[in-house]
Design a protein around this ligand. Structure first.
Ligand SMILES: [Zn+2]
Length: 453
């Protein structure tokens, strides 16, 4: 090889090395830049771990929820709004992982992958101003209705995916943080947004999943009846109802929340079918809300014996449900079986649905329609239309046993069958008692307010 060829080979080698290096950097840049830029050591953005730049988060009506001015953070002037929205905005100590001050740091700083921190057009500050889909007044009402009890409330538009109301209790005023460590009982899990990040035993609201499977898989399920004698013996164990419901159809079993009938239905369906419909309803997977991942509600029947399958079909056994995910399942029933992924940022599509398809068919239109009629019947025949005037409410209550001395979790979930207010909702009140008694009134107040705006 002559000298020229040797030099050419060396040059080629280094060129290749440069190319490989550039490729690796580019790939890492596109994947990690957002994380690099938000590192608190970045002096362009942070001073002592606090965001330096300007930025603001508004609710859907233009109310300021939180504003950053050269490192100082201001919240809404109303204490109730500040407290109700604390899990959404985050707190001054950045303890709330899903709060906007942590979760939407890059958006607040105005950073994007093309322009970095510096906007070419100084007139546009859209990257630094985030409008949420939430209605602060509705969130405050929901938080007040939870009172001193622990729990979560959510309402969203099942056609557009916009979350209008979100509340998680306990909370605190971010301007006057309490002594959380000194009051472990009162502030248990206070930094957790229970609506997004918790999973509870669902109890009877889960019967909607079992009912969906029954509609699709049990012959003549419209006319078939199940006998409830108040007690169903399965081996050495028994499933019980508060009283004997007699011969009930699927619709009557749902309205009366008959455990014995649903235990029979679950066994008739078998593990495979119940597991399939639980997965379809959103269990065992997480939704991503503008990049924030929700907790996973679980249904795992792999090791379930017959009695376990019976209890799983009525929402007990080892089942857990994430409130937001369950609300999206309610939305799918309302929306002809099509689940629209919930979102919290207005017009935030560019970041949305990285992990979640925007729309996903989880039930056939026929199955969704039948469930809707059954849930409407629940209101008309059991919950009382007078308690939900004008809402065209379709719902299911749940009273989830949690074992030990603790009172059950109260659930109430469903939707409005109204073209002008396509809203689905979920209410969970921890360790309170009956769903109809403790969760349904909160849903009624919040939904009435939602349609009065
Ligand atoms: Zn019964």
């Amino acid at each position: 090889m002559n000298l020229v060829s040797k030099r050419a080979a060396v040059l080629l080698f280094f060129s290749l090395l440069l190319l490989i290096g550039l490729s690796i950097f580019s790939i890492r840049y596109f994947h990690k830049a957002s994380t690099w830029i938000q590192h608190p050591a970045n002096k362009h953005l942070f001073e002592n771990g606090k965001l330096l730049s300007q930025g603001a988060i508004y609710d859907r009506r233009g109310n300021i929820l939180v504003q950053i001015n050269d490192g100082s953070i201001n919240f809404n002037e109303d204490k109730t709004v500040r407290t109700a929205l604390m899990h959404v905005t985050g707190d001054l100590g950045n303890n709330v992982e899903t709060g906007a001050l942590v979760a939407f740091r890059d958006k607040l700083s105005g950073w994007n992958i093309v322009n970095g921190l510096y906007s070419l057009d100084k007139r546009t500050i859209s990257g630094k101003e985030i409008s949420l889909t939430l209605d602060a007044g509705l969130c405050a009402l929901a938080y007040n209705k939870l009172g001193n009890r622990q729990g979560a409330v959510g309402v969203y538009n099942y056609k557009t995916g916009e979350i209008l109301c979100l509340a998680s209790s306990p909370s605190f005023d971010p301007l006057n943080p309490p002594d959380v460590k000194g009051n472990p009982g009162k502030y248990e899990g206070v930094y957790i947004n229970r609506f997004l990040s918790s999973a509870y035993t669902p109890g009877s609201v889960f019967k909607l999943v079992t009912a969906a499977a029954a509609i699709d898989n049990i012959d003549d399920n419209e006319n078939k009846t199940y006998l409830c004698e108040g007690n169903l013996q399965i081996g050495k164990d028994a499933v019980t109802c508060m009283s004997s419901h007699g011969e009930v159809t699927l619709e009557q079993a749902l309205a009366n929340s008959c455990n014995c009938a649903f235990a029979r239905i679950a066994i008739e369906l078998g593990k495979g079918k119940l597991q399939e419909y639980a997965n379809r309803a959103g269990f065992n997977s997480s939704l991503a809300i503008d990049g924030i991942k929700t907790a996973v509600g679980k249904v795992d029947l792999a090791e379930a014996k017959e009695i376990d399958l019976a209890w799983a079909g009525i929402g007990q056994y080892t089942n857990t449900a994430n409130p937001l995910n369950f609300m999206a399942f309610m939305g799918a029933i309302a929306h002809n079986g099509m689940r629209v992924a919930p979102q919290i940022i207005q017009g935030g599509e560019e970041l949305l649905f990285i992990n979640t398809p925007k729309k996903e068919r989880i039930l056939s239109p026929q199955t969704a329609e039948r469930l809707k009629q059954m849930m409407r019947n629940n209101t008309l025949s059991v919950y009382g239309e007078g308690n939900f005037k004008g809402l065209e409410l379709c719902a299911k209550s749940g009273t989830a046993q949690v074992g030990g001395e603790k009172k059950p979790h109260a659930w109430f979930a469903g939707f409005l069958d109204r073209e002008d207010f396509p809203l689905a909702f979920v209410v969970v009140v921890e360790n309170s008692g009956s769903g109809v008694k403790f969760a349904a009134p909160i849903a009624a107040s919040v939904l009435q307010q939602a349609i009065n705006y």
